[in-house]
Structures are given as structure tokens and as C-alpha cells.
Design a protein around this ligand. Structure first.
Ligand code: P6P
Length: 335
């Protein structure tokens, strides 16, 4: 069976939707190619000498894995010469990355978590790359891009996606006109369109959360999970299943395919931080994908895509997935 390639899909999307200009198409194809390289390095594992930690910490205070830094470098090097970007930002870099003066600059901003779930690398559990695309503010072309230019609400994203490095290597992408998924043909090195107009089931009986943190959650989150655990005799009237892969890309990919809710809520251990996950390059891109697939994504009280960022590495409480279950969770937070 012949599959449409990513290029074919993007050219058709470009024709159909004026929102995709050639520069954005180039950006997405370059990011997709970089994800192939990352997936290739991940797939080598011990044979590639890329497992284990570097002994350094990133801006988040997390131990950097060799593959974290390698993946970050792959994305930087792949994107800085193309003339489509004004700048980049990454979970692995303290400050923004400006395009070197030897290269032309473009109007897009690329933000990414180059390798999410990296605590799973050494135990061969699926991990992924998450990316978000914004437009540089009007007037930025005549000056150096600044960190403040990146601090736009997620509703301003023009594209978002993730690659998941699992039994299959897949790319899941939106440019604001629905969600499409591509499976990597590893022999040809081509991204093949294997899913289009992906829709998340509006109801679910499956939740994803790290239960070991239960004693640290806000009361309303504890109450919701206790009611889920009460099963069909409890207030929610149904038996729930639980999944927790500790790799956001993998948990979100499952929800994309069969529904569910994923939560990383506020936690009393670091009350000044809204949660563990980062707004700009984890929650925002995943929230755009989830909403484009008919799901919902909130921080407990508001739509994540409406949050006005105040800092590049700002964290946020995340509850996303099947629309009707997220509405139920929101009710617990309004009581
Ligand atoms: P915990 C991975 O480090 C990550 O950022 C997400 O991918 C994942 O959902 C979460 O942290 C796992 O956190 O506390 O369960 O290890």
C-alpha cells in the first residue's frame, strides 16, 4: 500500500490552508528529519555509547543524560542554517539560542524538549521529542530576538508535534487544522501518513498519574482520584483503569489513540512551582495537539493554552485528555 509522505501531506495542507507558508513547511520537514536522527541515536542504545548520564545538570536541576544533550545539539544544528527561524529555546538550555549572524533569520520561533522522558532511556521504555512553533512578534526582524519574544500564550502556536521513539517511530503533528500521524519507514527513511484527523474519545475509564505523589496533591485532586478508585459503586459510577509510563509523550500518545486523561498536578513538595511539567515546550504543544483532536487541557482551573507565560522555563499543573473527563475534573476544582 502506498502512503502519502510528510512532504506530500504538508504540500496539500499548504494548498488548502493559507496558514502554512513555505517557511513553516521547511521548518516542519527539518524538525521531522532531526527527529529521525534522534530516533536513530536512541535506537542504538548501548551500542552507540549514548546511554547514561553526563554528570551535569540542566536549568531544571535535572541530571542530563548523554542523549538529552545529543538530541538538543541535533535540533540546534538542523535548524540554525535554514533561514526560517528567528531563534530557538529548549528544556536543555538556560537561555534562548539566537541564530548565528552567518545565517539568514526567519519569522518563526522553535521551542522543544529534545528528549522527554529521558529517565526511561536506560531501561528501554519509549521516549520522545516535543516541539512547539510560534511566530516572532512583528518588528522583531530588525533586531536580536529576546526571551520575552517567546513568552506568548499557547493559543498563538502555529504548529506543534511530538516524535515517539518506541516499537514504531512515529511523528504526530498539527498545524491548526486537525492532527495527523506518520510512521517512519525505517528502510526508506520516509515519514508515512498513517493517521489523519485523529479524534480522542470524549469519555474514558482510564487515568494516568503518578500515584506515589498522592499525599502531596491538593485536596480536590485527591478527591477525584479517590472517586475513580471507588469504581462503579462510587460517585463516578464506573471502574477505572490506570496507566503511568513516566514518559509524557508515551502517555499522551496512548490518549491520542484510545482516550484517557493524563495529570501531573500541583504538588506540596514544591508549592511555589505549579507542577513538574514545563509550560512552553511540554504543556503548550501537547495541549494544542489534544485540543485539535477534540480533547481538553487545563491547569485545574483554566485552559492551558490561555496562560500568559511569565518565564521561559515556567512550570504548570497539567490535566489533559478526553473532553468529558477533563470537564469532570474541572468540576472538582470548582467545588
Ligand atoms: P515522574 C519525564 O521526566 C517527565 O518530564 C514526563 O515525561 C513524565 O510524564 C514525568 O516527567 C514523569 O514524572 O515524577 O513520574 O518521574
Amino acid at each position: 500500500m502506498k502512503y502519502k509522505t510528510l512532504t506530500h501531506y504538508l504540500v496539500e495542507q499548504q494548498r488548502e490552508h493559507q496558514s502554512i507558508d513555505p517557511e513553516l513547511r521547511l521548518l516542519l520537514e527539518i524538525v521531522a528529519r532531526a527527529c529521525k536522527s534522534i530516533g536513530h541515536a536512541v535506537g542504538k542504545g548501548a551500542l552507540g555509547g549514548v546511554l547514561g548520564s553526563l554528570g551535569s545538570e540542566n536549568v531544571q536541576g535535572e541530571i542530563q543524560k548523554k542523549l538529552d544533550v545529543l538530541s538538543n545539539d541535533i535540533l540546534l544544528e538542523a535548524n540554525e542554517w535554514g533561514g526560517h527561524l528567528a531563534g530557538m529555546a529548549s528544556e536543555e538550555m538556560t537561555t534562548i539560542h539566537r541564530i548565528p549572524n552567518r545565517y539568514p533569520k526567519g519569522e518563526y520561533l522553535l521551542l522543544f524538549d529534545p528528549l522527554d522522558g529521558s529517565s526511561n532511556i536506560d531501561v528501554n521504555v519509549s521516549i520522545g521529542t516535543i516541539f512547539s512553533v510560534l511566530k516572532a512578534p512583528a518588528g522583531a526582524e530588525g533586531r536580536d530576538i529576546e526571551e520575552a519574544d517567546f513568552l506568548q500564550p499557547g493559543s498563538r502556536q502555529v504548529a506543534a508535534g511530538y516524535a515517539i521513539y518506541g516499537p514504531q517511530t512515529m511523528l504526530v503533528l498539527t498545524t491548526g487544522n486537525g492532527v495527523a500521524s506518520f510512521t517512519l519507514d525505517r528502510e526508506m527513511g520516509a515519514w508515512c501518513l498513517t493517521g489523519e484527523n485523529i479524534r480522542i474519545p470524549e469519555d474514558t475509564k482510564e487515568f494516568a498519574i503518578n500515584m506515589s505523589n498522592m499525599r502531596h496533591w491538593a485536596p480536590e485532586m485527591r478527591r477525584y482520584i479517590e472517586d475513580c478508585l471507588a469504581g462503579q459503586d462510587g460517585p463516578l459510577g464506573k471502574n477505572y483503569n490506570m496507566r503511568w509510563i513516566a514518559s509524557m509523550v508515551s502517555d499522551v500518545h496512548r490518549i491520542m489513540n484510545r482516550g484517557g486523561v493524563f495529570m501531573y498536578p500541583w504538588d506540596a513538595r514544591e508549592p511555589e512551582k505549579a507542577g513538574k511539567l514545563r509550560l512552553m515546550y511540554e504543556a503548550n504543544p501537547m495541549s494544542m495537539l489534544i485540543e485539535q483532536a477534540g480533547g481538553a487541557s487545563i491547569d485545574g482551573t483554566q485552559r492551558i493554552l490561555d496562560i500568559q507565560p511569565e518565564a521561559l522555563h515556567q512550570r504548570v499543573s497539567v490535566m489533559l485528555g478526553s473532553k468529558n473527563e477533563i470537564a469532570r475534573i474541572a468540576e472538582y476544582h470548582q467545588q
